[in-house]
Ligand binder design. Sequence first.
Ligand SMILES: [Zn+2]
Length: 246
Amino acid sequence: MVRAEKARSDNNDEIPVARRVNAPIRVKAGLPTLLIILSIGLVGFITTFVFVKRSLDTRSLEVRQYLRTNPSSDGRLIGHFPYKEASPKDLETIRPGIQVNSETAKYLRRMIRAAASDGVYLALLSGYRSHDLQKEIFFEVKSERNQTATERAKVSAPPGYSEHSTGYAIDLGDVGRPETHFEVDFETTWAFRWLKKNAAKYHFVLSFPKGNAQGVSYEPWHWRFEGSAEALREFEESRKFSESKK
Ligand SMILES: [Zn+2]
């Protein structure tokens, strides 16, 4: 009996050897599992990182959700129409840091010269804005004022919905009255009076006049160029919309 047990025990002694022989195979079998665990860990880490990063940006989260879910049936977003980004080849630098569409630049130069010859000095405050820059303006700057998306959209277009991204829109001021820059008070300047009378000759129109159909705040400083077929096409939706509301 004792011998029999010894024999079994001797047989059992072979098992560790067998395990040792099988050991590398076991490690091989575990490798995919290890990779899967590592992958899950990595995906988890990335997901957490992205989530935390997004959560930190809570200031604009509510606005982003609003924008995703609320485009009007006519394609507008809180009053603004969607606009493509101008192609860099169609843009021209007209002042340091200010680009506009090349055709627009031609007429803008003529208009600025004509105004100057009447003793009115137009300041060019803004021209083309990329979607990224518009995003910054809309979400970063305005959110500091703690405005809702709707409030914000009255004074600044949501990214992808600004006329400035086309290269055809410009913001003008009066060189002699910088305190009226981007203010409704700009309408009291000689520059604005001159523009109201003469801008149409150079194919510039006021995009957001008082009580405009789109519901955007009155912006006496914001003009758009409609002096080429491309520009006309770009603003056709907006023009048709305003005319339909008259
Ligand atoms: Zn503008």
